[in-house]
Design a protein around this ligand. Sequence first.
Ligand SMILES: [Zn+2]
Length: 304
Amino acid sequence: MIISLKRMLAQANKKNYAVGAYNINNMEFVQAVVSASEKMNSPAIISTTEGAIRYAGMPYLKTLVYTAAAHTKIPITFHLDHGRDFTVIKQAIKAGYSSIMYDGSHLPFKENVRNTAKVVRWAHKKGVSVEGELGTIGGAEDLVSSREIIYTDPDTAKEFVEKTGVDALAIAIGTSHGAYKFSSTPTLDIARLKTIKKLTKLPLVLHGASEVPQYLVRQANRYGATLGKARGVPDAQIRQAVKHGINKVNEDTDLRLAFLASTRKTLVKQPSVFDPRKILGPARDYVQKIVEDRIKLLGSKGKA
Ligand SMILES: [Zn+2]
């Protein structure tokens, strides 16, 4: 069943857990996310960026996600991640996405409010939810990048939520997109998160919170990758963030690292393999394992 983000996160907001939003570009990732969620009896948010749509085409992505939803009992939210192009956003609402992120975080406040409110009007007419973003998450992911982190101001967040009518809000409290997040262990601004939660009472979203599991980085590097000192957010900090009001955590980098670590190992260890299934199959298992780990960490196990 495909449900809206609002419905997906209402329970999470009440019971203090978070649901992972997993970025997908192909069939194997969709299957990995759904298999992990079924095993853990967890709901799942399946996300595509505008980059994924450019790569695979919206009809293919829609068919994959709707097919998955038709063959599982777990609730799924079909979400557009970091939507910025109004044409793509309108197409997504029409195509059957149940949730849209409008990312106006790069714009001046007034323009962000105006654009987000516009997307909310289009989306809510169709029962589709909207996630807004305020503040700037650092790093680079897909088509979206920013050099610095601008922390979300709590009072401005309250005003933003009231003026736009968003169903969820992505905030900047010290996380960063991508695998090369930090030169040292990051410290998330939990006090700021608590204040934003108190003022908005909305489901809050954390981007750029990958763990960057070191065993995956080591494995990928052992088989020829040059990932250097990739580093992520420690589990303990994610747990704190979830405890104090984060209800959706975006997952992209860790899934990619799992896919890479597996694929590199297969290609190096089995140089005579040329059946794509023998390369993609094990990689799908790796991605599933990471999704299971994140479900346990975010507390959505048993919440389907
Ligand atoms: Zn993001």
